[in-house]
Design a protein around this ligand. Structure first.
Ligand SMILES: *Cc1c(COP(=O)(O)O)cnc(C)c1O
Length: 390
């Protein structure tokens, strides 16, 4: 087993920002270093042959090889577990590393999976990739929780959820789905990347495992690719650890350090992202060149009330449908933007815009533009989008 870092709350009932700043750290054991040291090492040296032999004895905390654990990653994992209201966290070299390991621990050959229809597309590709082992997935397009429950079969081992989804920003009624899964022994995994631990707590809504692409908000500066799985049940951790050791999607120590640094400003950044996205969305909602805005924080969103019961805040991301649905109009809007750049991913300091087509919703196949509102000045972002639409 891995040693656990210092993990007491610094004060009673600490706030999110306080935990980001202090939890899991003990500078006095690190020569007073205010910044968590980067243990940039692959292997760990033992004082003698006896100690080396004894390392694997039960309940003996030790590091021996960074694929199985590293002290810098351990500080990150302690923080992420606490912030996500779990008991443990394991870090990965990418969000997909975390997602595939979590899915692998849940399924076996011939298993059945129920998955939200508009899931992050590489996740649906991974579930389809498992078809060669007889794993079958039902992708549920409706939002009614009963549709998820009706999709369960006796072979179902996994319920995979995401809310909001990242195209139409639809909200699932998570608390109506998880008790049924628990009763039937079906593992639930929730991708919380696009809301963050600050604004949504899937474990408290009854999910078993939470995954994040830490590349996005946790890193926050577009300079690291990483992932995390958080849970409460220790047996699930043991099973996940096997996936980590064998599949090897390990986060490197410097990546772990960048994420610790990212966490220090996560709450500040999320609040700016929230305000920026709401300001841009409100401007778009009243603009004649816009047909629809898909932002769960707007009162006009069909599931705004449900969103309010599950989320304590909103993120940088939303989408809108331009009134002029021609390809030329979309491209020229994107090309006129000066602050919003074009590129995949999101969650960094820089605003991003991409064009695509919707799969479902009231206007399927319509052209949609997804915006990530970054850390630039909010009036500048609103003005940039307005001038590009004009
Ligand atoms: C980006 C993303 C992932 C995958 O994470 P990587 O770090 O790119 O592997 C998973 N889920 C969501 C919702 C994402 O946006």
């Amino acid at each position: 087993m891995k040693p656990r870092p210092h993990a007491d709350d610094p004060i009673a009932n600490p706030g999110f920002e306080t935990l980001c700043a202090h939890f899991g750290e003990d500078p006095t054991s690190q020569f007073g270093a205010a910044s968590v040291p980067i243990y940039q090492t692959s292997t760990f040296i033992y004082p003698d042959a006896e100690a080396f032999e004894a390392r694997r004895a039960p309940d003996t905390p030790h590091y021996d090889y960074t694929r199985g654990g590293n002290p810098t990653a351990a500080v990150l994992e302690a923080k992420l577990a606490r912030l996500e209201r779990g008991a443990w966290a394991e870090s990965f070299g990418s969000g997909m590393g975390a997602i595939s390991a979590a899915i692998n621990l849940a399924v076996r050959s011939e298993a059945h999976v129920v998955c939200v229809g508009n899931v992050y597309s590489p996740t649906s590709a991974y579930l389809r990739h498992l078809e060669r082992f007889g794993v079958r997935t039902t992708f549920v397009r409706e939002l009614d929780p009963q549709a998820f429950i009706d999709a369960i079969t006796p072979a179902t081992r996994l319920m995979y959820l995401e809310s909001p989804t990242t195209g139409l920003f639809e909200i699932l009624d998570v608390r109506a789905i998880t008790p049924v899964c628990r009763e039937r022994g079906i593992l639930t995994i929730f991708d919380n990347s696009c809301v963050s631990s600050l604004f949504q707590s899937p474990l408290e809504m009854g999910c078993d495992l939470v995954v994040h692409s830490a590349t996005k908000y946790i890193g926050g500066h577009s300079d690291v690719v990483a992932g995390v799985v958080v849970g409460r049940d220790e047996r699930l951790r043991d099973r996940l650890f096997r996936e980590i050791e064998l599949c090897g999607a390990t986060l490197d120590p410097f990546g772990a350090w960048l994420l610790i640094r990212g966490l220090r400003t996560l709450a500040l950044r999320m609040r700016h992202h929230e305000q920026a996205a709401l300001a841009v969305a409100r401007m778009l909602a009243g603009h004649p060149a816009v047909r629809a805005v898909h932002h769960p924080g707007l009162e006009s969103h069909p599931q705004h009330a449900l969103a309010r019961t599950q989320m304590s805040g909103f993120s940088s991301l939303f989408s809108f449908e331009p009134a002029d649905q021609s390809r030329e109009a979309t491209l020229s809007f994107l090309n006129r933007l000066r602050l919003f750049r074009q590129g995949v991913s999101w969650g960094g300091h820089e605003s991003l815009a991409i064009g695509g087509k919707l799969f479902g919703g009231p206007n399927p196949q319509s052209r949609v533009i997804r915006l990530h509102c970054g850390l630039e000045s909010i009036p500048d972002l609103v003005a940039d989008v307005a001038q590009a639409l004009a």
